[in-house]
Ligand binder design. Structure first.
Ligand SMILES: [Zn+2]
Length: 489
């Protein structure tokens, strides 16, 4: 019977969001509760548990699972507490034969740039040479410390990400190979000075899918253990931020290096494909005016799903400036405005400042007169069945413009986050989605046109607009004439 320690620590951190992530923002589940809550879902934990169950002789030792939606840097003391809880529980559990960690890889504290590496290193110190495998997001930032302390890293192979469960299975299978088959992993890494965005990264339809299929072919071949391309989250500005190809073989250094270099060359040679095409706001509104039916604006720069605060008023400002006469639907995180609406009550007309409450350097609060159409407690259920809390939520209207003003940040990717508050996206000419790509799943069947906005925000796809201070330099596309070596190490 093999005892396998299980822990999960996940957040995608957006370092340009000035609002830090607090302990209360994490859902923290402990011990057997982890199996009860995550078993049977489509998560990495569930995928791993199912593989362990198939083996029949694995005792899973669940410790701590903590995860939060994307947001600003994790407060240092919060990071210390979360990592401390996992280590204390690992200590309490005594000897184990293996470790499976479910991580993100693009988490960042206020001063700790590599929380995942820190956790892996601390576990390695405590547990010694036990096999340790970690699963990661495709947007992980791979550090030396992570590579040195994990026996294998296994990342998602889809964007938008849909293979959480399958990644958990791959990670668990590799841990079992280490425990039972005695594989000897050799990992090659190629670092590519490259930041990426844009539709060609959609693995089902874009050219990035070809590179992913090279990874899958390697994993399906004899002796090929893991192949991954880690794009790094471009909004996690840390010293190791760049793209990585990581290939692990069973004790075949030459092959691992050759495969990693081949995939890296493909990524670099096609670097001009991995950029987003963005439309200035006035042009976007002109396109919407000329389009019968629904136009969806992707305001990725303020995407709460990318960790931005959700307090942008850029679209509202431009629509009002243009005296836009159509019907537009805009979500906005603005606790003071929600409070003002609750104080005034349904049916009131209020003078209020909207936007810029969380990221005032990028958005200036906009004074408006608005009608309080409805008020809500903010609880709703996403398309995937997960419940979320937007806090005090007000629907305000200004002419044909409807605003969902929430106290807390939630994901404005699908339709439910609007429908829950009595607003049907199909009834509008313009709907703002706070999402770079995930929204397409829900809106492509409804929309006459989709426009990717060039707006200010801490998660802008116009990467040159962001104040990078830590990432690898020179790097494409922030710098010109970058000449990488693309050598495996
Ligand atoms: Zn990701």
């Amino acid at each position: 019977m093999a005892r396998v320690l299980l822990a999960k620590l996940q957040q995608e951190t957006a370092t340009f969001n000035p609002h830090p992530t607090q302990y209360e923002d994490f859902r923290v589940v402990r011990g057997a509760e982890i199996l009860a809550e995550l078993g049977g879902t489509r998560t990495e934990v569930a995928g791993a548990l199912d593989v362990f169950a198939e083996h029949g002789d694995v005792e899973v030792v669940p410790t701590v699972a903590a995860w939060a939606v994307p947001h600003g840097p994790v407060v240092d003391a919060v990071l210390d507490r979360l990592i401390g809880e996992i280590l204390a529980e690992a200590e309490r559990q005594g000897d184990v034969d293996g470790v499976l960690l479910v991580l993100h890889g693009a988490m960042a504290g206020q001063t700790e740039f590599d929380p995942e590496g820190r956790l892996l290193a601390a576990l390695r110190t405590r547990l010694g040479p036990v096999p340790m495998v970690a699963s990661l997001d495709l947007h992980a930032v791979i550090t030396d410390r992570m590579l040195q302390n994990a026996d294998m890293l296994v990342g998602y192979l889809t964007y938008p990400h849909t293979d959480f469960y399958e990644t958990g299975q791959r990670a668990a299978r590799n841990l079992m190979r280490l425990l039972k088959d005695g594989v000897q992993p050799y990992t090659a890494r190629v670092a590519i000075p490259l930041l990426t965005r844009g539709d060609e990264l959609i693995t089902a339809t874009g050219r990035f899918g070809d590179a992913i299929r090279m990874c899958q072919a390697l994993e399906d071949s004899p002796g090929g253990l893991v192949g991954n391309i880690y794009l790094s989250n471009p909004f996690t500005d840390v010293p190791d931020l760049q793209t990585y190809v990581i290939v692990t073989t069973d004790n075949d250094a030459a092959r691992a290096k050759a495969e990693a270099e081949r995939i890296a060359a493909y990524m670099w040679d096609n670097r001009d494909l991995w950029e987003a095409e963005l439309t200035p706001l006035p042009d976007a509104i002109a396109l919407a005016r000329a389009t019968p039916g629904l136009t969806v604006f992707s305001d990725a720069a303020d995407a709460t799903s990318s960790g931005a605060p959700g307090d942008s008023n850029a679209v509202l400002k431009e629509l009002l400036a243009q005296d836009y006469a159509g019907r537009a639907l805009i979500p906005m995180v603005d606790a003071p405005a929600a409070d003002a609406a609750f104080a005034a009550g349904v049916g009131s007309t209020i003078d209020v400042r909207l936007g810029g409450t969380l990221d005032p350097t990028r958005h200036t609060p906009l004074p408006v007169t608005a009608y309080v159409k409805s008020l809500h407690d903010g609880e709703f259920t996403y398309e995937n069945g997960v419940v979320d809390q937007a806090g005090r939520t007000a629907v305000l209207t200004i002419g044909g413009i409807a605003l969902i003003v929430t106290e807390r940040s939630v994901l404005f990717v699908g339709l439910r986050a609007y429908q829950a508050f009595g607003l049907e996206p199909q009834d509008f000419d313009i709907v703002v989605a706070k999402s770079p790509n995930g929204f397409r799943t829900w809106y492509e069947p409804l929309a006459s046109r989709i426009v990717h906005l060039d707006t200010p925000g801490s998660a802008s796809l116009n990467l040159e607009s962001l104040p990078y201070t830590h990432c690898v330099r020179p790097i494409h596309p922030l710098d010109d004439n970058v000449v990488p070596t693309l050598r495996a190490e």
